[in-house]
Design a protein around this ligand. Structure first.
Ligand code: AMP
Length: 208
């Protein structure tokens, strides 16, 4: 089960990936999470990528590809994995094809207007990475994660200006991947307006 989840920022990829991971017991590989952790821990990698993340720009391909290559060599990926946030460019997609064979590419389709609405209200748990929305998916207690009790915060790159930059980058760099995977016969498009449960159900149908 080697799955890739594609979609604009705010499509709900993280939430759906969690379901897939629980269902199949395969690791979740999110390049965004790896980069954010590195920034938080101030590692060498973190210092290199900090600026890109805060401006909503893509980290250079070479660095990102190298990171994923090393991650996919770990034993826990032998039964499969879910990639989230990678690949984001054609160069990355081609590099991934050299590393492994992807079985399915799940594309969660959401309109740009809806994305801005979702991301601007998104709040993320500092600790367990659970995501909430200030209007549509409120935690029981404001600013506190239901699951682990840690504080919720707005990601720096979820501020409105950066969201627009991220969307622009997505349209320019990542949208061409849809055609790439469609041609390879691997793309499955799912309507992102179906809601968390509806999308999960569609994904279950596809992955079995
Ligand atoms: P995400 O959590 O997937 O939205 O990623 C957050 C940020 O990490 C992005 O805006 C980029 O700056 C960086 N990033 C994550 N994945 C990649 C990737 N595959 N290629 C380049 N930059 C990435």
């Amino acid at each position: 089960m080697r799955v890739l989840v594609l979609g604009p920022p705010g499509a709900g990829k993280g939430t759906q990936v969690k379901f897939i991971v629980e269902r199949f017991g395969i690791p979740h590989i999110s390049t965004g999470d790896i980069f954010r952790q590195a920034v938080a821990k101030r590692t060498k990698l973190g210092l290199m990528v900090k600026q890109y993340l805060s401006e909503g720009k893509l980290v250079p391909d070479e660095l990102t590809i190298d990171l994923v290559k090393r991650r996919l060599k770990k034993k826990d990926t032998w039964n499969g994995f879910v990639l989230d946030g990678f690949p984001r460019t054609l160069v990355q997609a081609k590099a991934l094809d050299e590393m492994t064979d992807i079985d399915r590419v799940i594309y969660i389709k959401v309109s740009p207007k809806e994305i801005v609405r979702r991301l601007a209200g998104r709040r993320t748990c500092l600790s367990c990475k659970a995501v909430y929305h200030i209007k549509h998916n409120k935690p029981r207690k404001e600013g506190v994660c239901d699951g682990c009790g840690s504080p919720l915060r707005q990601r720096d790159d979820d501020k409105e200006d950066t969201i627009r930059d991220r969307l622009e980058v997505y349209n320019r760099q990542t949208v061409p991947l849809l055609r790439y995977y469609s041609r390879a016969g691997k793309l499955v498009t799912i309507d992102g307006s179906l809601g968390i449960e509806g999308i999960a159900e569609e994904i279950r149908k596809v992955l079995g």
